[in-house]
Design a protein around this ligand. Structure first.
Ligand code: SAM
Length: 255
C-alpha cells in the first residue's frame, strides 16, 4: 500500500476515494459474521453511555464516521433524544438511509441489538425492533470530522474513523481534537481505534490507517479529557479481516 507521494509526504484524508467506498462490501467484510471483538466494544460503549450526563433519556448524541454500521445507534438509542450520524461519504449516507428504512433488521443487526439489550440489562424496557425509534430520532448529516461544530452534543461516539481516514499524524490529531471538542464540557466520549493497521481494502479500493499504539491514542486525548479509560481488545499478531488485528477502546469525560 503506497503511503507517501513522490516528495515523501504522507497521504492525507483528501487523497483517498471516499466516493468509491462500497458500503455493502464493507458491511459484509466486517459485520457479515458478527465478531466477539465488536460485541465487546458494544458492551463497553453501553457501559459508558449508561452513565453519561445529564441523567435521563434526552441526550443528544453524535456518531462520527458512521459508515455502514448501526452499532453506535443501537448503543446510544436507549439514552438519546436525538442521534446524529456525521459521515463524509455519500455512498455510506445513502446506505444508512436505506438501512434505517428497511422493514426488518438483518440477522447481523439482530445479533448486535441483542448484545446491546443484554448490556443495558434489566430495568430497561427496550423494543424487539429498534428501527422505528431510530427512524424517528436519527439525522444523517454529510460532513467531515474536521468540520464538527464545537460543544454541540452531550456525548459522541466514533468507531474506526480518525485513524482510518489518513496516513498523516497531524490529521489524526486534528480529527481527535475536533471529535473531543464537539462535546459539551462534562459530556462523554467513547471511541474505538484500529491498532497496528497499515490500511484496509474494500471492494478493491485501498483506504488508509495509521499504525498506532494504545499509548499514542491516549496521548492525543489527554489535553481534552478527564477520567480516560483505555481498554485493548483482541489484539493479535495477524490480520483477522483486511487491516484488522485488534483494537483499542477509549472513553473519557470532556473538559
Ligand atoms: C473504517 S470506516 C469506519 C466505519 C464505521 N464507523 C465502522 O465502525 O465500521 C471509516 C469511515 O470514515 C468515513 N470518513 C472518511 N473521511 C472522513 C472525514 N473526513 N470525516 C468523517 N468521516 C470520514 C468513511 O466514509 C468511513 O465511513
Amino acid at each position: 500500500m503506497l503511503e507517501k507521494d513522490s516528495e515523501g509526504i504522507a497521504y492525507g484524508n483528501a487523497h483517498y476515494e471516499w466516493g468509491q467506498f462500497d458500503p455493502e462490501a464493507y458491511f459484509q467484510q466486517y459485520y457479515g459474521e458478527p465478531h466477539a471483538d465488536d460485541d465487546r466494544v458494544a458492551c463497553l460503549t453501553v457501559d459508558v453511555l449508561k452513565r453519561a450526563l445529564p441523567e435521563g433519556n434526552e441526550l443528544e448524541v453524535v456518531d462520527v464516521g458512521t459508515g455502514p454500521n448501526l452499532i453506535p445507534f443501537f448503543c446510544a438509542a436507549p439514552r438519546a433524544r436525538r442521534l446524529t450520524a456525521w459521515e463524509f461519504a455519500e455512498s455510506n449516507i445513502a446506505w444508512l438511509e436505506a438501512e434505517l428504512k428497511g422493514s426488518a433488521l438483518r440477522p447481523q443487526w439482530q445479533h448486535f441489538w441483542g448484545t446491546v439489550r443484554s448490556a443495558y440489562g434489566a430495568g430497561w424496557s427496550l423494543p424487539d425492533d429498534p428501527l422505528p425509534a431510530l427512524r424517528e430520532r436519527c439525522a444523517i448529516t454529510q460532513g467531515s470530522i474536521f468540520d464538527l461544530p464545537p460543544r454541540t452534543w452531550d456525548a459522541a461516539t466514533m468507531f474506526f474513523c480518525a485513524e482510518s481516514i489518513t496516513k498523516r499524524d497531524d490529521e489524526f490529531d486534528a480529527a481527535c481534537t475536533a471529535f473531543a471538542r464537539c462535546v459539551r464540557s462534562g459530556g462523554t466520549v467513547a471511541a474505538a481505534f484500529l491498532v497496528s493497521s497499515e490500511g484496509y481494502v474494500v471492494a478493491d479500493h485501498e483506504f488508509p490507517a495509521l499504525r498506532l499504539s494504545a499509548e499514542a491514542i491516549e496521548a492525543v486525548f489527554k489535553p481534552h479529557l478527564d477520567e480516560i479509560v483505555v481498554t485493548p481488545i483482541g489484539i493479535v499478531d495477524r490480520e483477522i479481516r483486511s487491516g484488522y488485528s485488534g483494537q483499542v477502546f477509549l472513553s473519557g469525560k470532556v473538559r
